[in-house]
Design a protein around this ligand. Structure first.
Ligand SMILES: NC(=O)c1ccc[n+]([C@@H]2O[C@H](COP(=O)([O-])OP(=O)(O)OC[C@H]3O[C@@H](n4cnc5c(N)ncnc54)[C@H](O)[C@@H]3O)[C@@H](O)[C@H]2O)c1
Length: 342
């Protein structure tokens, strides 16, 4: 019998509700406590999910609870202090994307966990989406030969601020919140990035940050990958929260369209249609079902690592490469320059 791992959650906002439901789906863990400075929110979440203990400050929680790991699902500025506190308390850490607001802080978070000898994961779930996994599998099977060019598109007019009003207040919005996922996806598909060029735009006048970003990544493998993210797009078909893709190789192409339709075209052999629907869960919000199913697989991979069964893809160390792309994208847009990764 596998040992049940005991954990606590930080943050009782919009996303914690689904993350906790996904943990229940995975099983093998026991949620002992939830902490949020907004105690009313924490109490409500505890009631909804049957969490025994509620805290409003991390210090007291770490003193009183005996934990195997923590899951940090709180506002971005709190990620770094909470990761540091968990490392100090000697418990393994999962932290939501984006890791932190600047690269130096991200590096310090990774180092603090390494020094403390605790495992550190970033909860980067988009790469776990069923259709994305399927496209990568098809590429790895050699269906399109050597990839040379790709387009990854998440362009939407979904009213994202209705569920997450805090996003409208971020000085840096779409690359930090959404681009981080798609940039990570490009690394998942094609490996390390050599250089990038990015342009950002602010179309919605009632938010603080940018809501459109177009980034051209030159991968070390030679693939050129265009990443487009927008929450200002008024399109014939609203596709939230799906990433659409076109992956081209010297022997064919893979197109991922709306509603998880994949078309594989092989040189001289015509096209094949493949359906890559994600699993459905009754606790998932229908608007976010694709993402919510990827939270389950992401949690499972982290749990496998915590149980020493298999290394998770999403280590803090690995995610530094994604965060570097986030910060380089902002700098490229500000300076209008092509920038190289370290
Ligand atoms: N992976 C995904 O697909 C996905 C989707 C949505 C949000 N997220 C991430 O989840 C995190 C939370 O987002 P949200 O939409 O739930 O935000 P939210 O604003 O709804 O909730 C954040 C909560 O964190 C709490 N908080 C602030 N400081 C804290 C601290 N020191 N300790 C404990 N709690 C603290 C706030 O009081 C608030 O209740 C963010 O990092 C966000 O990027 C991920």
């Amino acid at each position: 019998m596998e040992k049940t791992l005991k954990f606590a959650v930080f943050g009782a906002g919009f996303w914690a509700n689904y993350q906790i439901s996904a943990w229940k789906q995975v099983g093998g863990v026991e949620l002992l406590a939830i902490c949020d400075p907004d105690e009313e929110k924490a109490k409500k979440m505890a009631e909804k999910h049957g969490i025994p203990n509620v805290y409003r400050d991390a210090g007291t929680l770490f003193k009183q609870e005996k934990l195997d790991f923590v899951d940090i699902i709180s506002s971005i500025p709190s990620h770094a202090p909470l990761v540091m506190a968990a490392a100090k308390a000697g418990v393994h850490v999962i932290c939501q994307k984006p890791m932190a607001e600047d690269y130096k802080t991200c590096q310090a978070m990774v180092k603090a966990c390494e020094d403390a000898g605790v495992k550190y994961f970033i909860h980067e779930n988009f790469r776990f989406q069923t259709p994305i996994r399927k496209c990568k599998q098809l590429m790895e099977q050699g269906e399109i030969g050597n990839p040379f060019k790709a387009r990854l598109t998440f362009c939407s007019g979904f009213p994202v601020f209705d569920n997450q009003p805090a996003l409208a207040e971020l000085d840096r919005f779409i690359i930090m919140d959404l681009g981080v996922h798609i940039l990570d996806m490009s690394r998942y598909l094609f490996g390390d990035v050599e250089k990038l060029y990015c342009q950002t735009q602010k179309i919605n006048p009632s938010i603080k940050g940018e809501d459109v970003a177009t980034t051209l990544l030159s991968m070390k493998s030679g693939v050129n990958c265009l990443v487009e993210v927008s929450y200002a797009s008024q399109l014939e078909q609203e596709t939230f929260p799906q990433t659409l893709m076109l992956l081209e190789g010297d022997k064919g192409s893979i197109r991922l369209d709306y509603n998880h339709h994949i078309t594989v075209t092989r040189k001289g052999k015509g096209s094949e249609k493949i359906q890559a629907d994600p699993p459905q869960y009754d606790w998932a919000d229908p608007d976010y079902a694709l993402i919510h199913s990827s939270v389950v697989t992401c949690n499972q991979s982290i749990l496998d690592d915590l149980q020493d069964k298999a290394a998770a893809e999403n280590s803090g160390q690995d995610n530094l490469k994604t965060m570097e792309l986030v910060f380089l994208s902002y700098k490229s847009s500000e300076t209008n320059k092509v920038l190289y990764t370290t």
